[in-house]
Ligand binder design. Structure first.
Ligand SMILES: [Zn+2]
Length: 210
């Protein structure tokens, strides 16, 4: 995967986005979720997200290690590669989105030999995403933009076929090709059809005065 700063995007699958939005809508306090991540061109895709058992308050979100262990076991049983569990989502409920001291401590605990992605959101739909890369060198990206990955329906070929069948496009010559000294495009367009007719009739002006 190659990217430059400012070029990195976090993609959420439609499913992940809908689950997060639904949980945010009904939650009263903070909560956390963990997601399976895949590397894609120019960023990362959160393909699936899981909600471990947890006790949450208005001010913090705590997932007990036992709950994480239980989740890992369930995922392994279901055939998931748990090494791809590299996304931590948590909500700040009604509060602003920022990285609190506890959040930063949690992120440093989640450090690994590759990368980890953290996202914090609130009930107003505000969010922050950071990507911490640990290998081959340590890089930290904050305020990474998020996009929802919209699945394609395989209509591109049909759409293009229909377009070429139905839409005829005529290319007008560029005005400056004929009159390089001046460029009054609107005026040129007005006169173009008349000029073309006269060209066809054998009339070839070399230059016009404006
Ligand atoms: Zn937080």
């Amino acid at each position: 995967m190659e990217f430059i700063d400012g070029d990195l995007i976090l993609y959420l699958s439609c499913e992940v986005n809908e689950l997060i939005e639904s949980w945010l809508e009904i939650s009263e306090g903070e909560f956390s979720a963990l997601g399976i991540v895949e590397e894609v061109e120019k960023g990362f895709l959160v393909k699936e997200i899981f909600l471990p058992e947890q006790n949450c308050s208005n001010a913090d979100t705590v997932i007990e290690p036992e709950a994480v262990a239980k989740l890992l076991l369930e995922l392994e049983k279901a055939g998931y590669d748990t090494s791809q569990l590299r996304f931590w989502f948590h909500s700040h409920a009604q509060m602003e989105v920022f990285w609190s001291k506890t959040d930063l401590e949690t992120i440093s605990l989640l450090a690994n030999d590759s990368y980890f992605i953290s996202m914090v959101a609130n009930k107003r739909g505000e969010y922050l995403v950071r990507v911490d890369i640990y290998h081959p060198c340590e890089l930290h990206f904050d305020e990474v933009p998020v996009k929802v990955q919209i699945p394609t329906l395989g209509l591109k070929e049909l759409a293009q076929e229909l377009f070429f069948q139905r839409v005829q496009t005529q290319t007008l010559p560029a005005y400056q090709d004929i009159y390089p000294e001046v460029y009054y495009y609107d005026e040129f367009l007005e006169d173009w059809w008349e000029e073309e007719r006269r060209f066809k009739d054998g009339f070839h002006p070399t230059k016009r005065d404006f």
